[in-house]
Design a protein around this ligand. Sequence first.
Ligand code: TRP
Length: 336
Amino acid sequence: MSKKKRILTGDRPTGPLHLGHYVGSLKNRVLLQDKDDYEQFILIADIQALTDNYDNPQKIKDNILKLTLDYLSVGINPGKSTIIIQSQIPELAELTIYLMNMITVAQLERNPTVKNEIRQKGYRENVPVGFFVYPISQAADILGFQANLVPVGEDQLPMIEQSREIVRRFNSLYGQTFVEPKEMLSEVPRLCGIDGKEKMSKSLNNTINLSDSSDVVYEKVMKMYTDPTRVRATDPGHTENNPVFIYLNVFHDDKREIKDFEDKYRLGKVGDIEVKKRLAEILNNFLEPIRQKREEYEKNIPLVNSILKEGTERGREVVQQTMSLVRKAVKTDYFG
Ligand code: TRP
């Protein structure tokens, strides 16, 4: 009998998930949970979120429940996927400590994702140590679960690469203990923001959230960036790189209708408002079942909490098994 491959994905609980998350990862997670040869763990990385939000722990706490509602509402099934709260598995912190010996400051400094974040946050030489070393903590997440596959976006590739470096070093020093994780790169192009910027992102304030009401979605769509060269509805318009048409193509199945809109738009025969109204309708149709599911779970928060508790307990057992191998390997298993 072949062993199931373990998949680990995760999110920082820092804010609502949006359409970009759906297209780039949530959709895939929902599909993966139905594959018999995979076992999926979904980590709510609250400890990692605290590394740059340590001044606002309440925000992180509140977002754990919201994130879980986002998961459940899009169809993550707790009977198939295991949802875990990182901070409730102290063994992950313990593992982080051992892994710190496997990597140098220079290696961490070379991590392009962290480098970028340090620049963006303006930390300069005042980077909190916890933030600087979060790739090691993330490696501990991945290795603690002995994950074979880690579905990620491109910005997370350096984390997987460093996890592999840590695995090689650890295994060569102490004997075969960890499996080398592989990335599972998302194939869909990333969804642009409603402002037309390359990426939909909370920090850019250009998102449509899974939890937005239909009124909010309507307002956001009406404000969407379209073709800046088009002044009047009768001007010929551009549909390429036009977020309204990008979203239509991602969220609407009726390709004939889209083609019809595109042709008319290019000829100046349909106004932005009309296309946007239709897009708002399409997005709201897509979001409606998600909203309904969220509402059901919102009425039963004790159930959501028990999903988190049970998931975390299951996850913790897995990490505890890994830790008993690790303690043997590094000879800290004093009392057997
Ligand atoms: N760094 C990831 C992000 O910002 C979140 C994360 C934490 C993660 N631990 C993980 C992702 C382990 C995959 C596996 O999205």
